[in-house]
Design a protein around this ligand. Structure first.
Ligand code: HEM
Length: 325
């Protein structure tokens, strides 16, 4: 264990851990931008299916979600802590020389306060977007697609995100935050390259160019996802408005909420029924919840109580008095 402590407190150890954690964060951000670009698929139902499949990788299991989140938090804290301590270490080591020369020849130093403020903006954006998508005023919707994820009920993150980015004020706030992310990342990466002492006549300029290309791609990618989503909602492209309305149907949502509380096997069995395959359409269908022996008035509406069976029919007569929509 001592070797680990010695490694982690050594200057080279800190630099390597900062580089590795930075690469992992950069990889996550790249995957996240590709995931979010699926919002722009030119068919709202396909975009909804693809986006929910992507977000469900995390959200369908609490264990996966919490472990991933804990990992991300540790990664961010370690990375930010090391970036700041190494920067201060470098600054002190340069002593009086720092007042005389800037070793990044020909490059303008960005004032520290701009980096601090853009960094704080990125952090605030991260917390804000997580909190709003999880429990903000843009409600908690459910989604199911019998063809995907074995037909289990998951969160409709597509609907949540599209509702939020369809709002002009939120979209503008998101876009401003993304500009801060792009700016901050670019300067953070070039500063990290310098802090880590990477100084090779051939490779350093190439690494710097790659870093710039990465930041431009990330900023444009997120920017396109935000502006494009705003346009699909407000200009009603790709049948977006109809898909939003269909998915928000309150009967359908309250039904899925009940179903999401059931064992996954029951969820799969129900959503795979032929009659459910049409998706969120309750018109003309009658559902009876509770199986045999229910009293009058029980099981009204598309609800599903724990452990109960579900019966359905196109014909209300078949279901008797309790069989209501
Ligand atoms: C178009 C812009 C963006 C959209 C629509 C978006 C959307 C989302 C959504 C839907 C989630 C899942 C929330 C949940 O688990 O309930 C999420 C998680 C996350 N996003 Fe974003 N995001 C955007 C930009 C960014 C940017 C620029 C960053 C980083 C700089 C970022 C970092 C994260 C992180 C760290 C998570 C947490 C993953 C987790 O632990 O669940 N996002 N985002």
């Amino acid at each position: 264990m001592k070797w680990l402590f010695t490694y982690l407190t050594s200057s080279i150890g800190k630099k390597q851990v900062m580089g590795a954690s930075g690469c992992l964060i950069a990889l996550f951000v790249l995957i996240h931008v590709v995931g979010n670009l699926q919002l722009l698929l030119p068919d709202a139902e396909k975009a909804q299916a693809a986006y929910n499949l992507y977000t469900a990788l995390l959200t369908k299991s609490k264990l996966v979600l919490y472990s991933f989140e804990a990992g991300m938090v540790v990664l961010f804290i370690v990375h930010i802590y090391l970036a700041i301590t190494l920067k201060l270490q470098n600054y002190k080591a340069r002593g009086a020389a720092r007042y005389v020369v800037d070793d990044r020849k020909g490059k303008k130093q960005f004032p520290t306060f701009i980096m601090i403020w853009s960094g704080l903006t990125v952090l605030a954006f991260l917390v804000w977007h997580l909190v709003t998508f999880r429990s903000g005023s843009y409600s908690y919707y459910y989604y199911v697609n019998p063809e995907l994820m074995d037909g289990i009920v998951v969160r409709d993150m597509w609907l949540t995100v599209v509702e939020m980015l369809g709002d002009t004020v939120s979209a503008v706030l998101f876009l401003s935050a993304i500009l801060a992310v792009g700016f901050h990342l670019w300067h953070a990466i070039s500063s990290a390259i310098q802090t880590m002492g990477i100084n090779h006549p051939k490779w350093t300029p190439i690494i710097n160019k790659l870093a710039l290309a990465y930041c431009v791609a990330i900023t444009l990618g997120f920017g396109a996802a935000i502006a494009g989503t705003w346009a699909t909602v407000n200009m009603d492209l790709f049948n977006t408005k109809a898909t939003i309305e269909k998915s928000k149907d309150s009967n359908y949502q309250s039904f899925l909420e009940r179903l999401s509380e059931q064992p996954v096997e029951d969820q799969k069995a129900f959503t795979k029924r032929k009659s459910f395959r049409g998706g969120p359409d309750f018109s003309g269908k009658k559902y009876r919840f509770g199986g045999e022996g229910r009293g009058k008035g029980e099981g009204r509406g598309p609800h599903y109580r724990k452990g109960e069976s579900i019966e359905e029919s196109q014909n209300p007569e078949e279901l008797g008095e309790g069989g209501e929509q």
